[in-house]
Design a protein around this ligand. Structure first.
Ligand SMILES: Nc1ncnc2c1ncn2[C@@H]1O[C@H](COP(=O)(O)OP(=O)(O)OP(=O)(O)O)[C@@H](O)[C@H]1O
Ligand SMILES: O=C(O)c1ccc[n+]([C@@H]2O[C@H](COP(=O)([O-])O)[C@@H](O)[C@H]2O)c1
Length: 206
């Protein structure tokens, strides 16, 4: 295994929460705890992105975002990691392909908020992701309508697992996805950035 990469044993289930985490907040921690509990995951890795390919502006420096993320989510089953920077990947499909090759026997689950479901069909090779990796999706304030009409949700409607059977998701044959409705937290990184101090003094990290 390359240095700095997280550890996982064959047979384990690992949820992957990719994000800019610019900065991390309690909303991320909340969906992570829900993912561990309701999907019964062994671990969740936070993949702190070198930069969302669909966003025009680069995020705060990686080290700063990682430090904040670790402060927000200090949990024995959660690893905050810069694997995409280490692997040199930015697109999720590429990251998943690398991780599946590097960790044979580990069952990865892609985790995301409902806002990302709404635009999932714009992601590179999104179809490949749906075909090869179970996907867990979390309700998010103000995204219900967009998520319901999402192209990915429509095209893969018959592969949706009822929330009552969420624990089956990690080992389910793909395609498989599950939408979790739960108490929602109205928190976002953009709202935190808009309030002020987080980006002061940064240079663009890209
Ligand atoms: N409050 C929340 N409820 C549900 N999902 C969330 C919440 N906050 C973030 N997420 C999800 O966590 C992942 C990483 O989020 P990200 O780092 O982009 O934070 P963000 O708050 O969405 O940022 P921004 O406001 O800059 O778009 C995404 O899949 C996003 O949908
Ligand atoms: O692969 C893609 O085309 C793609 C397009 C948009 C977003 N993503 C990933 O989705 C995750 C959430 O992104 P963000 O910026 O909303 O935090 C993060 O891991 C991004 O790399 C991936």
């Amino acid at each position: 295994m390359r240095s700095g990469m997280p550890v996982a044993e064959p047979g384990q289930t690992v949820g992957l929460l990719g994000g800019s985490f610019d900065p991390a907040h309690e909303g991320h921690a909340h969906i992570t705890r829900e993912a561990l509990k309701r999907f019964g995951l062994d671990r969740v890795w936070w993949l702190v992105s070198p930069g969302n390919p669909l966003k025009a502006h680069g995020p705060a420096p990686m080290a700063k975002r990682i430090a904040r993320a670790r402060a927000v989510m200090d949990h024995p089953k959660v690893v905050v990691t810069d694997v995409e920077a280490r692997l040199g990947t930015r697109y999720t499909a590429e990251t998943l392909q690398h991780l599946m090759a590097l960790y044979p026997g580990v069952r990865f689950v892609w985790l995301m908020g409902a806002d990302n479901l709404a635009q999932f069909h714009l992601w590179k090779d999104w179809d490949w992701i749906m075909q090869n990796v179970p996907v867990g999706i979390f309700a998010r304030p103000d995204t219900r309508l967009a998520a319901r009409g999402a192209r990915a949700a429509e095209e893969y409607a018959r592969y949706r697992l009822p929330a009552e059977t969420a624990r089956l998701l990690p080992r389910r044959m793909t395609p498989a996805w599950c939408f979790l409705d739960m108490p929602m937290l109205r928190l976002s990184s953009s709202a935190i950035r808009a309030r002020g101090d987080w980006r002061k003094g940064d240079t663009d990290s890209r």
